[in-house]
Design a protein around this ligand. Sequence first.
Ligand code: ZN
Length: 106
Amino acid sequence: MKRSVYRLKKRQRKTPSGNHSQIRKNKKPTPATCALCRQRLNAVLNHSRALIRKTAATARRPQRVFGGVLCANCTRHVVKTKTRLAHGADEKAVPLTLLKYVRMLK
Ligand SMILES: [Zn+2]
């Protein structure tokens, strides 16, 4: 048996003939979370890879900046900070975790 199969959850099953057998349950995919605050992301699909490939690319995640990476609140903070820096605010006051995404913005 494959090594990856051993990690799957075991479940008892009663067969139609009355015997008991063990079946292995597939793991559910973990939901996408925000890279900054670890909150679960809305409007991001939580299906298997095969199902995600079948859906349209625009339906897989929000089509805004950092869609599928940051939540709406964190995106708002990043855009606000970027605007403040563009108008002369000090870069040293920005938290390092936020600065990475601020620099990604164009
Ligand atoms: Zn967030």
